[in-house]
Every structure is written in C-alpha cells, then in structure tokens.
Design a protein around this ligand. Structure first.
Ligand code: XMP
Length: 512
C-alpha cells in the first residue's frame, strides 16, 4: 500500500483536539495530531511517510493577543496544502492574514444559529440557517481583502470565511461536536471536496507491519492485563510470531475473582498459551504497613516491573510488545497533563531497564474504539472487547488504607456480587464501571439478634465516555437493594453498604 492520504490536526490545546482526529478517521481517512508550532520543514518530512492532503487547526483556550499565545509558522499557510481553522484556529489565521479580532465583548457558548451567505467549499450543500456549537470569547470582526465571509451569527460578523485564492477556510464553531447539526457534512466537505482525500485507511491498515519485522528473529514478551489493549496487541503479535510470543500475566494478588483463569482460558480458546506468574506474596510483603495511596501505587508499579523483567530475562526475550494506544502516546508526548492527579500504573507503557532489541507497539496509532474494531475482527470474545476498565494496581486501590489478604478477600467477594447483579440487571452496556470499595470505616450493625461491629462497603457505579469525567449512575433502587442484601448476607464481616453519589470531578472514579 502506498502512503496513506492524511489530515494533520495542529494541536492548540483545545479539549476537542482528539475528537477532530477521530471524526476524520471515522471517514476512513488517516489523521494524526501534531504540535501547533510544527515547522514547514517538518510537514515536508511527514510527507515522506504520509500523503498529507490537509491541515486542521484545532481550537484552544488562548486569545491571539496574549503574549505567549500559541502560534503557527506563517509559512504553513503558503505550503499549498488545504487548511481549515476551527475556533482559535479560525481566529489565528484571520489575525495572521490581517483581519481584526476583538476580545470577547459578546461571547457565545452553546447552540447558536448561523446564516450561511455562500454555501461553498466546506459549507457546500448546507441550508441558509445552520445550528452549530459555539464556544468562544474572541471574535473575528473584519477580514482583509484576500478573505471573504461565508457565514455570520448574531454576535459574530465573521463566523466562517474562505481565502478567495487558496484553499483556506475558517469556522468559528465546532463541526466536530455532535451538537453542530451538519458538522459531519462540513468535515466531509473539507476532507473529500476540498482536500480530495480517498477513504483508504482502516484501523487494521498496517498494524502488523512492525511485528513482521521481528518475525523469526527471537522471542518477544508482552505483559497481559486481561484488558482490551494488551489483549488485542497479544493476539495480533501471536498471529505473526506464533510460539515466539510469550504473553505474561502477572498475578499480583489484587485481581478480581477468577481473573487469571479467565485470561488463560480465553487465550487458550484462540490458540495462545499465557504464562501466569504467581507473585502474590512478594506484592503483599512490599505493601505491609503502607497506608498512603500514592505510595501504594508506586510500590505496586515498581514491583510489577521487577517481576516482569525477571520473567523476560528467564525466557530469553529479546523484544517487548506493548499495548500502548494513540492517546497514551500523545498525552505523554508533547501534550502533557498539567496536573498529576494520581500515578497511573499503566501496563500499556511499561518503563523497563532491560535492553530489549526493540519495543513494538502495534496499536500506537489507534483510538480505543478503533482497537475494539480490530479486536472484533481478530475474533476476541465480546467479554474482552467490552470489559470494564480495571486499574493496574487492582483491588489494592479499592481497599482504603493498609492492604491485607483478608481485606482484599472481602472487597473481591463484594466486587463479584456487584458485577453479577449489574450483569443480571441488563444495565451493563450503559455503564463505564461498577465495583465495590472497602472504605476502612467500621460501623455498628445488627446481625441475627446480636450487635455486630463490621466493615462498610461502598458501591461505585459510573457512566462515562473517556474516564476524564464521569457521573454516578442512577441505578434503580431495586438493583442497589439486591446488591446491598447480598453483600451483607454473603460477607459476614460487612455490616453496612453505601452508594457513592459523587461525580468526577470532584471525586475520581477510583477511591485511591
Ligand atoms: P480515576 O480514578 O483517576 O480513574 O478517575 C480513571 C480511569 O482509570 C482507571 N485507572 C487506572 N488504569 N492504571 C490503569 O491502567 C491505573 O493505575 C489506574 N488507576 C485508575 C480507573 O479504573 C478509571 O477507569
């Protein structure tokens, strides 16, 4: 296959940046996110690998007049590659080309109606009045002679424009969000009409190429967690490498009930043997007396790497396969989170001291939904394709405070009850996660006819799209009642069950 037709998204820090790339890809055209200050030379270099057919400048939180506002190299506009500026991108291009941008006197947030005066290019085929999603403070007031107005709104005299000679467009609104009624058409117009892309990409394109390079050259290991990313990477790699792939499942003792067997059996059914390593004792020993959640996370992360490295050395692995996906790579690359909330122990991207000959990340260009598509194609069972996420440190971060084998056992039993009842209720498909937490609080109860002083379990059930934000789920009382009754009946240590009714933010999904 030749170079893929590609749209580059220049990242100005906007919350919808990944969404733009995903929307482009939904049209079967490849898209990558690049830093906003990419140089024209770097774009040229990218053209060796990709057939760069268009650039989209994302929105962002800045104002063009701020001193350290992100900018583009103006020569980008002269590359003769079609350009679409969205929100901040729209303002920035107008500003660079000599238009007038004013700081928000009349801001627009939410659904707005725009009048289309010229339905051409990106706006081809659209009606005279369109429902769009706006979210801006600054406004383009007037344009230089080289640009013409295509649409306006009540607060925004230049809601859309185009360059009269070159394929450069600006939209003040966000076509990538579903609230913009014909946003998908607008993006399709840009991708296919303006840029002339061919829909020749799919999530399965080229993902085996890197693995093929190490075929027959030695053994490879992968740390399998049972989640969708590492499972898909393992199946892909096993397909190419056969017995030379050794998937390793490290049982740190904080897994859900039956997890090790589930992973082993599931992979066996598709012809892959998983090496299950029992490291329960060493993890528990390291956590003795540790109460602080960040400390717990760090200890588990370090121990995990140690155990995994020992195995890799023992089996003589020369290559490491990882289930890193696209957002992991971009977020930890040029797009760093400003504030660290917790130390995620992420088996997808394992730092290791071992000198592997190469680290292969076959899913590094895919979003989660795209990994699911690949997984389905590879025949992974639906139980894995639609598994709820599970934190790397496992149940250890669902036992508040010091972890002991007894406490882990209590939370494991409670977790199983929550899962069974949610699955029985038919609600599973709507929920992001559902689990139990051992709160560390003791409470008085009455069991039989006597006083009982026991543990409090919290039930956490949330809805979410990407886990950045989440809402507690409004699960029917009858389901909560069954969960509570079963937990107090079946787990003697528990005297009370509470339901966590906090959204994220302000809470996080996990308790620690
Ligand atoms: P929080 O608790 O930060 O969790 O709101 C967001 C999502 O991430 C999962 N999570 C983890 N995933 N390694 C992971 O791979 C971890 O250390 C980890 N900690 C939390 C959590 O279950 C939720 O889906």
């Amino acid at each position: 296959m030749g170079r893929l037709d590609t749209i580059l998204v220049l990242d100005f820090g906007g919350q919808y940046c990944h969404l733009i790339a995903r929307r482009v890809r939904e049209n079967r055209v490849y898209s990558e996110i690049v830093p906003c200050d990419i140089s024209p030379d770097d774009v040229e270099r990218m053209r060796l690998k990709f057939n760069v057919k268009g650039l989209i400048l994302s929105g962002g939180p800045s104002s063009v007049y701020e001193e350290d506002a992100p900018k583009i190299d103006p020569r980008i506009l002269d590359l003769e590659i079609p350009i679409l500026g969205l929100c901040y991108g729209h303002q920035l291009i107008a500003h660079i080309l000599g238009g007038k941008v004013t700081r928000g006197t009349r801001q627009e947030y939410g659904i707005t109606y725009v009048t289309i005066v010229k339905p051409v290019g990106v706006l081809k085929g659209l009606g005279p009045r369109e429902k769009v999603w706006m979210s801006h403070g600054d406004t383009v007031q007037s344009l230089p002679g080289s640009l013409e107005v295509l649409a306006y709104s009540e607060a925004c005299p230049v809601a859309a424009y185009r360059d009269v000679e070159r394929s450069i467009y600006g939209l003040q609104w966000h076509p990538e969000v579903t609230h913009t009624e014909h946003g998908a058409e607008m993006l399709r117009n840009f991708i296919f009409e303006v840029c002339g892309c061919r829909p020749n990409w799919s999530p399965s394109s080229n993902i085996e190429d890197e693995i093929k390079k190490i075929k027959g050259k030695g053994k490879a290991v992968i740390a399998l967690s049972g989640g969708i990313d590492s499972s898909t990477a393992a199946i892909l790699a096993a397909k190419v490498l056969g017995k030379n792939l050794i998937p390793v499942f490290v049982d740190h003792g904080f897994m859900r009930e039956g997890e090790g067997d589930f992973v082993k059996e599931t992979f066996k059914r598709v012809g892959v043997n998983v090496l299950v390593v029992d490291a329960k004792e060493s993890f528990m020993k390291k956590l003795r007396g540790v109460v602080d959640p960040e400390e717990k996370r760090k200890i588990i992360g370090r121990e995990f790497i140690k155990v995994f490295e020992e195995i890799a050395e023992k089996v003589g692995a020369e290559y490491l396969i990882q289930g890193t996906i696209y957002p992991d790579r971009i977020e930890s690359g040029f797009r760093r989170h400003s504030e660290k909330i917790k130390s995620h122990h992420n088996v997808a991207g394992l730092p290791t001291r071992i000198k592997f000959k190469a680290i292969i990340e076959p899913l590094k260009d895919l979003y989660k939904d795209e990994v699911r598509e690949v997984a389905r194609k590879l025949g992974l069972p639906e139980e894995i394709v639609h598994r709820q996420p599970f934190p790397g440190p496992g149940l250890a971060v669902r036992v508040v405070g010091e972890v002991t084998p007894e406490k882990v056992e209590i939370v494991r039993k409670a977790d199983k009850i929550v899962a069974e009842e949610i699955e029985r209720s038919g609600l599973k498909g709507k929920l992001w996660q559902y689990f139990a937490v051992l709160t560390g609080v003791k409470s008085t109860g009455v069991k039989g006819d006597s006083r009982a002083y026991g543990d409090v379990i919290a039930v956490r059930i949330v809805e979410s799209r990407e886990a950045m934000t989440a809402s507690f789920a409004k699960v029917p009382y009858e389901v909560l009642e069954r969960i509570s009754t079963r937990i107090t009946n079946e787990i003697p240590e528990v005297t009370r069950v509470v339901y966590d009714i906090t959204h994220k933010p302000p809470a996080t999904i996990e308790w620690e």
